[in-house]
Design a protein around this ligand. Structure first.
Ligand SMILES: CC(C)(COP(=O)(O)OP(=O)(O)OC[C@H]1O[C@@H](n2cnc3c(N)ncnc32)[C@H](O)[C@@H]1OP(=O)(O)O)[C@@H](O)C(=O)NCCC(=O)NCCS
Length: 189
């Protein structure tokens, strides 16, 4: 006898907006920050980062009016340093982290970064896998970098970021993203 199956619900299509982080987003950012990090950044820390416009670039991912993720970049000399990246736990695995990292990496390259770097908890395999896809390779360990949890950091680098092959990698990653992404460029004056 044939068993009748209820069809899987099709997820609603959604549009992800990636926009420069503004003061009005910080409350939504903190809601995520407090859920995902053991020592969350404070409102004043985010605001002081936003004030450093020449060396920093922060973006949020929005779906509708909700902030569902965010990430930041610090330029120092020739390097672009990813300072933070987080996604609302309810929206994980919807390529929000990928979309944000694409924008951060492209922003670093526009700002003439020769390399990209970041620290990630040694235990944080999901994030390491995401970074590996973006060409980051582990180069060392910073002992007790996350003092609050007594954890070491894995230091990852992506070198020669200005190579055409690196830009091609982003295009390949972008093609695999499902659904629509709308990116608002930061003001450059
Ligand atoms: C890490 C984080 C930003 C990933 O965000 P996300 O939007 O869920 O990631 P994506 O959907 O773009 O995933 C991209 C790839 O990363 C890897 N990945 C992401 N989450 C994963 C998980 N839980 N387990 C295994 N791999 C994972 C996969 O390779 C994934 O590709 P796939 O879904 O095609 O297999 C998110 O899990 C997060 O906010 N974690 C808490 C904060 C954090 O750890 N930030 C990084 C600090 S350095």
């Amino acid at each position: 006898m044939a068993v009748e199956r209820t069809p899987e619900p099709t997820p609603e299509p959604f549009v992800v907006h990636i926009v420069p982080m503004r003061r009005r987003h910080v409350r939504g950012v903190l809601r995520i920050e407090q859920q995902v990090y053991p020592r969350p950044w404070t409102m004043s820390l985010f605001l002081s980062e936003l004030a450093l416009r020449s060396s920093r670039a922060y973006f949020v991912a929005r779906i509708g009016r909700d902030v569902v993720g965010y990430g930041g970049l610090m330029m120092s000399a020739d390097d672009g340093h990813v300072t933070t990246l987080a996604v609302d736990p309810r929206w994980k695995r919807h390529q929000i982290g990928t979309r944000l990292l694409l924008v951060l990496a492209r922003e670093a390259i526009t700002r003439e970064a020769r390399s990209l770097t970041l620290e990630v908890r040694l235990s944080n395999r999901p994030a390491q896998e995401l970074y590996r896809r973006f060409g980051f390779a582990p180069v060392g360990v910073r002992k007790n970098y996350y003092a609050e949890t007594n954890e070491d950091a894995l230091v990852m680098w992506a070198h020669e970021a200005q190579r055409a092959e690196y830009t091609d990698l982003f295009a390949r990653i972008e093609r695999q993203i499902e659904g629509e992404t709308v990116v608002e460029e930061p003001r450059r004056w």
